[in-house]
Design a protein around this ligand. Structure first.
Ligand code: S3P
Length: 190
């Protein structure tokens, strides 16, 4: 069933109006492990726009993993590269931009990503994210000393940023909210 905007507002899934936006891109933001890439592929098959992962784009260019690059060059060098990729991706139209979890840390990224775009925050409760990331979390730590504190601390710090930029909200631990958002986005005429 396709929900109305009012119904989404009531359920806390629509934060700000979408009417009047000349939608050139759909942008997915949210923490690591929340399910952005999966959602991007689902949107791709629903609406036919191409999904672009900025992380994959960065790794293709580097010919190495983000992990290897960060180990040698540090996070600031990674953030520079990420911003460059975002500048390029935002020149494209009719694409779904699947961003890295830290993209909200830089205002310049978000100024570009929010222009002529609908922003979807793909989220899950903190405890669920911790469980999902417990296995195979081989990412270099962002700020804290151990991986669980790193996840919790950065998730809490970024929450208000994700909230600030998003139009729509999806909790992937509640698949029915995802279905509602997929259906709603299909009605936006993109
Ligand atoms: C990061 C998340 C990663 C990737 C990089 C930094 C972060 O993306 O961009 O390792 O700062 O949280 P995903 O959210 O796609 O895992």
């Amino acid at each position: 069933m396709t929900p109305s905007a009012e119904a989404l507002v009531k359920q806390g899934l629509l934060f700000r109006p979408i009417e009047g936006i000349n939608i050139e891109r759909l942008v997915l933001i949210g923490f690591r492990g929340a399910g952005k890439s999966r959602m991007a592929r689902q949107l791709e098959s629903r609406i036919g726009w191409r999904a672009i992962s900025t992380d994959a784009e960065i790794e293709n260019r580097l010919r190495m993993t983000i992990r290897e690059f960060v180990k040698d060059h540090g996070w600031p060098a990674f953030r520079e590269l990420e911003s460059r990729v975002i500048r390029e991706v935002c020149e494209r139209q009719q694409v779904i931009v699947d961003t890295g979890g830290g993209v909200v840390e830089r205002e310049e990224n978000m100024a570009l990503l929010t222009r002529n775009a609908v922003v979807i925050w793909v989220d899950a409760p903190e405890a669920v994210l911790v469980e999902r990331l417990r296995e195979g979390n081989d990412r270099p730590l962002l700020t804290a000393q151990n991986w669980e504190a790193d996840v919790r601390e950065n998730y809490q710090r970024r929450l208000p940023l994700y909230r600030r930029y998003a139009h729509l909200y999806v909790n992937t631990a509640r698949p029915e909210t995802k279905e509602l958002i997929l259906n709603y986005v299909s009605t936006l005429g993109v």
